[in-house]
Design a protein. Structure first.
Length: 478
């Protein structure tokens, strides 16, 4: 039997990847009783998802992890295309987006996934949380009061809610019988590996398209990973290729398609194969169990959306679980998790597929700053005839500066925020931060109730209907 693991908890999170770690952090800072379990003996290795998009950087700032991320991360380097052993043209991976006060982060950062997980794990530990490693889920049952989970060795945990953050081959999703539909984005197998390489500059992401004598061949790329000397190898193979993930096998694959010599590939630290595909779970909730991250949606790596969409699943879910568990909101609030996140995941799947096939650029859309929940039942916009390009309920709340401080500094934290812009309307009593700003171009004019995850829940010219909304959804107003 596994020791030092409680038999009861409010939230059981299965899977200590970026999704599970982000959710555990959000619950820990709220004081919510949560247990994060992982079947492996340690955090997973490998670079995998290495892109952190601007909206995710805002989330990580709120969770208290951005400073550590930036200490290890780096901007994406320009692509260097090669042909016949000679460098050719350079190009940028992402379109440039000008930062503003309303959107301070506009360019993605690169950080290997193992390091992102390490940063999140350290943040969780600083908040008093931990990961219970070596816990492999084998069975679960539900009733009207909670979920019973059984692990190898016979250990059992009883939880009020369970969150499946256990990846694309989710044991939880399988046990629940939740289907997942999708398609292959590319029928050819891909290799991803972390290699130690010498004699290759680290100022470029090196891309080696197939040459004329490689009929039916495929592109190979070597990307320098920040914080060390490793490169991430990403190589598309023909379906007939035999894939060898040993050092000698990877040396052969690299030297066959580049100008590098075998002795320049010094070591392989991690390697895996996959097929680029998209998939979306039929539903994100089964009574007291919720799916998040890769357990709910699988993406092509093109565009760097999978890990980011997953972290934002956790960010959407954390405050809702806390509100229901503390009794400040009805359990129906959890219905909005699927209502909000599943359409967003579906949109991101379409985007990553388009990027993969060269039909969409990596720019404003991949930054995820414009994603929102206008169609959600949690988004109540009471201002009539508002232009489509104006800020609406359901949109991301912009940053800005007022009285010498950033607006995000007020918004960040496990609370709602009541904001007025260019109006002196009388406000109801509020046990949450209240901020009055005389002017802000991005907000225009109005009263805004901003959710704990940084989206506008309610907006109006007056406060009519505000307290009714707040009472229904757990905001301490009125």
């Amino acid at each position: 039997m596994l020791v030092d693991t409680p038999a009861h908890t409010d939230v059981l999170i299965v899977g200590a990847g970026p999704t599970g770690l982000a959710l555990a952090i959000d619950l820990a800072r709220r004081g919510t009783d949560a247990l994060l379990v992982e079947r492996a003996p340690a955090l997973s290795p490998g670079s995998r998802g290495k892109g952190l998009q601007p909206r995710t950087l805002e989330v990580l700032e709120d969770l208290g992890a951005l400073e550590a991320v930036r200490a290890h991360a780096a901007p994406y380097p320009p692509l260097q295309l090669w042909n016949g052993g000679r460098p050719q043209r350079e190009q940028r991976m992402f379109d440039a987006i000008k930062p503003t006060q309303a959107q301070p982060y506009t360019q993605p950062l690169m950080l290997p996934q193992w390091r992102t997980q390490q940063v999140l794990h350290e943040r969780l530990r600083a908040l008093g949380g931990r990961v219970a490693f070596g816990h492999e889920l084998t069975a679960l049952t539900q009733d009207e009061h909670g979920v019973s989970a059984e692990f190898t060795g016979g250990h059992r945990v009883r939880a009020r809610y369970l969150v499946a953050a256990d990846g694309g081959r989710s044991t939880v999703r399988t046990l629940l019988g939740i289907g997942m539909s999708g398609q292959d984005v590319d029928p050819q197998p891909m290799v991803v590996a972390d290699l130690r390489i010498n004699g290759l500059d680290r100022e470029h992401w090196h891309v080696f398209p197939p040459t004329d004598d490689q009929a039916g061949g495929a592109t190979l790329a070597l990307c320098p990973l920040p914080g060390g000397q490793d490169f991430q190898l990403l190589a598309r193979h023909r379906g007939t290729d035999e894939i060898d993930l040993t050092l000698e096998g990877l040396r052969a694959a690299v030297t066959a398609r580049t100008h590098l010599h075998a002795d320049q590939i010094e070591a392989v630290h991690w390697a895996s194969t996959f097929k680029a595909r998209t998939a979306l779970a039929d539903r994100f909730r089964d009574r007291r169990v919720l799916l998040a991250g890769d357990a709910a949606h699988l993406h092509s790596p093109a565009g760097g959306q999978g890990l980011n969409t997953s972290i934002q699943d956790a960010y959407n879910l954390g405050w809702k679980l806390d509100a229901v568990l503390t009794g400040t909101a009805h359990t129906s609030l959890l219905d909005t998790y699927e209502q909000e996140r599943r359409p967003n995941a579906a949109a991101m799947l379409e985007l990553t597929t388009a990027v993969h096939h060269g039909k969409a650029r990596r720019g404003r859309a991949t930054a995820q700053l414009d994603l929102g929940y206008r169609q959600s039942p949690l988004s109540v916009e009471t201002r009539p005839d508002l232009p489509e390009d104006a800020l609406h309920a359901g949109d991301r709340a912009p940053d800005g500066h007022h009285a010498g401080t950033r607006l995000f500094h007020t918004l960040h934290g496990p609370h709602w925020t009541l904001l007025t812009v260019n109006t002196d309307t009388e406000l109801p009593d509020a046990a949450c931060p209240v901020l009055r700003i005389p002017t802000h171009q991005a907000y225009g004019t109005g009263v805004f109730l901003i959710r704990p995850d940084g989206y506008i829940g309610w907006a109006g010219h007056t406060t009519h209907g505000l307290t009714t909304y707040a009472t229904r959804h757990g905001a301490p107003i009125g």
